[in-house]
Design a protein around this ligand. Structure first.
Ligand SMILES: Cc1cc2nc3c(=O)[nH]c(=O)nc-3n(C[C@H](O)[C@H](O)[C@H](O)COP(=O)(O)OP(=O)(O)OC[C@H]3O[C@@H](n4cnc5c(N)ncnc54)[C@H](O)[C@@H]3O)c2cc1C
Length: 469
């Protein structure tokens, strides 16, 4: 009888468009799927861990319809895999490639070790629209700026997604511990979401059949529900970017009037590929500033200020709304992510890595490329950075993108009765307006924790001192 093959499950908790799984199932032998909580690598924690557990549960049930049991192990990758290879007498290993430097080093070592042991080891492209090592500028360098990256990517032939492999003899789904090392606080947040491949596909289709038409014009307005909310599904590979790409293109073909909106949406999806490119070409971007000299920025060590930011008590309503949305739902609107990150890194001069770490723990979509890539973009330490002198003003941004105040009123109820005129700057409201509504600054709602103008000036000085280098 043919010996079993092992398929490693990583950021690809799906049956469709899963080249490693499809390849394993083409062989005559049985197939076992393995998820390893790799103690030697950065792993999902907090909200991400909670999502992962549920997703593993859903994936185990889907794999069982193909006759594939899912085993969940924990340990250093090579040791855990060696144990599974020996226990199953496996002769083949399959996986979809991943692109972080540490993950690549681990996977290269696995290939060398198990090939030397006489096993067949094969890896495939499944996590990106195009693989990072195939994207280079006209001069043969990696892209460091998004716009030319997108111009090239949009002309590339994006591989068609693979179908779900044909069913084999189904088995009973194995038991997966859905609470394994997940924090209690994440449970109620997760209940607001549907997790897994089936839910991801349903969300994509609901988005393409509805809000996508308003995407281009309204995606920056946090009170409007027009973005796809696909990011946690993508972070765990419950749906692939190639599936999204081709489903969106198919929709544009039957509804040409939505072509521009769909193009805008796909250009955002491509940011994920861009960040994976950044990750591929540099030392760990969650730790090292992409532009080395910005490692010398004079970050302030201020745990009390960090805590106020984390708790949504900064005194800037749109920032506080964002931080509380994160804490109550496990996500935050993209525009507001930029505002909260800008306040932390530019006005409070707190190291972007501390913000990245908070997001890593509290976001369901915490992603090893998108999270540090975006933090560096806002902090101004990245390559395709918004110029360092562009510092978001949370008052004018709030007035522009939440003019009617629905978003702030939802998450900062203590200010809900303030007229729009003062909602984004309660500290400028006349005393009588505040008093009439029972708002006492410093008591019922905090005063601003930093002077925007002075802190902006100080940040500019710190950046320009280094820019001359
Ligand atoms: C400081 C900061 C941290 C962030 N951390 C993460 C993170 O950990 N994980 C994450 O997936 N996104 C992150 N983002 C990017 C963005 O905020 C989210 O992808 C987006 O809000 C998810 O909502 P959506 O799925 O409705 O997006 P949509 O607007 O519907 O976009 C569709 C998909 O495109 C991709 N995308 C959209 N915007 C971006 C972007 N700016 N960068 C990279 N990919 C993008 C995502 O995969 C997203 O699901 C971060 C942004 C900032 C400013």
């Amino acid at each position: 009888m043919a010996q079993p093959s092992l398929v490693l499950v990583r950021r690809d908790l799906r049956l469709a468009d899963n080249p490693a799984l499809s390849a394993a199932l083409e062989g005559p032998g049985s197939v076992v799927a393995l998820y390893i909580h790799e103690t030697n690598l950065r792993r999902p924690t907090g909200a991400g861990r909670s999502w992962l557990n549920q997703s593993l549960l859903a994936h185990a049930a889907r794999l069982a319809t193909l006759g594939v049991p899912l085993e969940v192990l924990e340990g250093p990758t090579e040791a855990a895999l060696a144990e599974a290879v020996a226990r199953h007498g496996a002769t083949q290993i399959f996986w979809n490639r991943r692109y972080g430097p540490a993950e690549r080093a681990v996977d290269a070592a696995l290939k060398a070790r198990f090939r030397a042991d006489g096993l067949a080891v094969d890896s495939f492209a499944g996590d990106t629209l195009v693989e990072p090592f195939t994207m280079e500028t006209g001069t043969g360098k990696p892209y460091s700026v998004y716009t030319p990256f997108w111009k090239t990517l949009r002309t590339r032939d994006i591989a068609r997604p693979l179908p779900v492999p044909p069913a084999r003899h189904p088995i009973a789904p194995p038991v997966v511990d859905a609470d394994y090392r997940a924090p209690g606080w994440a449970g109620p947040l997760l209940a607001q979401w549907a997790v897994g491949e089936v839910a991801a596909e349903a969300r994509l289709m609901a988005f393409l059949n509805g809000p996508v038409g308003d995407y281009a014009g309204s995606r920056d307005f946090p009170a409007l529900n027009v973005t796809s909310r696909l990011s946690p599904h993508m972070a765990f590979g419950e749906i692939s970017p190639r599936q999204i790409w081709h489903a969106a293109k198919a929709m544009a073909a039957v509804r040409p009037e939505q072509d521009a909106a769909i193009e805008k949406f796909l250009s955002e999806v491509a940011w994920r590929d861009f960040n994976i490119n950044q990750l591929y070409h540099r030392p760990d971007i969650a730790v090292h500033p992409m532009v080395e000299k910005f490692g010398r920025l004079p970050w302030r060590d201020d745990p009390a200020a960090l805590l106020r930011w984390q708790r949504g008590q900064t005194g800037f309503p749109i920032v506080d709304a964002g931080m509380r949305e994160l804490w109550q739902t496990g996500t935050m609107h993209n525009r507001v992510r930029m505002l909260v990150a800008s306040l932390l890194t530019k006005n409070l001069m707190i190291d972007w890595r501390l913000g990245e770490a908070w997001f890593w723990d509290t976001l369901f979509d915490a992603d090893p490329a998108n999270n540090p890539g975006n933090w560096q973009w806002v902090a101004g330490t990245g390559l395709d950075a918004s110029p360092y002198f562009r510092i978001f003003n949370p008052i004018t941004q709030g007035e522009r993108f939440d003019a009617e105040g629905q978003y702030v009123r939802r998450y900062v109820p203590e200010l809900a009765s303030l007229p729009n005129e003062w909602l984004h700057k309660p500290f400028e409201a006349p005393d009588a307006v505040l008093e009439a509504r029972g708002i006492r600054l410093g008591v019922t709602y905090p005063r601003p924790m930093v002077d925007l103008k002075a802190s902006r000036g100080a940040a500019l000085e710190a950046f320009s001192a280094l820019s001359a280098d």
